[in-house]
Design a protein around this ligand. Structure first.
Ligand code: PNS
Length: 180
C-alpha cells in the first residue's frame, strides 16, 4: 500500500494510508450509551475515518460478549458513513499504530475522569511519542452517564430510555434481566 507521509511540528513523520486521517475511539462499550454515541458522532466529523475499537480484556468481567458489543455499536452507527467498528486486545498504542491512525479519541465527563485519562494519555505518549490523544468534553446531559449505571438500572427493572440509543434498549433489557 502506498503511504502518504506528512510532517508535523515536533513529531516524527506520521503515516496516513491513502492520505486518510484515521482516529481510534477505544473503550469497553459494555454496553454503548448515548454518551459514547455522542462522542462517536462528533469525532467522526474530525477524521476521515473513525474506528470504534472494543477492548477484549480477559481480566475484566463484561456482561456483553465482544461480538454482542460490536453488533450493538454497528446497529447504532450504520448511518455514519466513515465509522468502522472493530475489536482489539493488548496495548492500545500497538493497535493505533497497526491501523495507522493519527490519534486516540477519549470522552471526558468530569474532572474525576481527567486524572485517569491524563495518566493514560501520558503513558501512551511515553510508549510512542507520535500517538496523540484528543479529548472531547461530554455533553452536559451525558455527564452522569456510564455503562455501569445503565447495567445497574436495567438489571433492577429501571427505565433506561434516554440513556442508551433507542434501537438497542430491548437488547440491553433482555440481556440484563436474564443475568439476575
Ligand atoms: O471504556 P473503558 O473501559 O474506560 O476503556 C479503557 C481503555 C480500553 C481505553 C483502556 O483500558 C485501554 O486503552 N486498554 C488497552 C490496554 C492499554 O493499552 N493500556 C494502557 C497501558 S498499560
Amino acid at each position: 500500500m502506498k503511504l502518504k507521509k506528512e510532517k508535523f511540528k515536533d513529531t516524527e513523520e506520521c503515516y496516513m494510508p491513502n492520505g486518510l486521517r484515521i482516529g481510534v475511539y477505544p473503550g469497553s462499550f459494555d454496553p454503548l450509551t448515548n454518551g459514547h454515541l455522542d462522542i462517536i458522532h462528533r469525532a467522526s466529523k474530525l477524521f476521515d475515518k473513525l474506528i470504534v475499537a472494543v477492548l477484549h480484556n480477559d481480566s475484566k468481567q463484561a456482561v456483553f460478549t465482544m461480538e454482542e458489543r460490536v453488533e450493538l455499536i454497528k446497529k447504532c452507527t450504520c448511518d455514519i458513513e466513515n465509522v468502522e467498528v472493530d475489536m482489539f486486545s493488548g496495548l492500545l498504542v500497538n493497535y493505533v499504530k497497526k491501523k495507522e491512525a493519527v490519534a486516540i479519541v477519549k470522552g471526558l465527563r468530569a474532572v474525576s475522569d481527567y486524572e485517569y485519562e491524563l495518566q493514560m494519555a501520558m503513558l501512551n505518549k511515553h510508549i510512542d511519542k507520535n500517538v496523540e490523544t484528543i479529548f472531547l468534553m461530554a455533553d452536559i446531559q451525558n455527564s452522569f452517564l456510564s455503562s455501569s449505571i445503565v447495567k445497574e438500572l436495567a438489571k433492577n427493572g429501571g427505565n433506561i430510555s434516554g440513556l442508551v440509543p433507542e434501537q438497542i434498549i430491548d437488547n440491553i433489557n433482555l440481556k440484563l434481566r436474564n443475568t439476575i
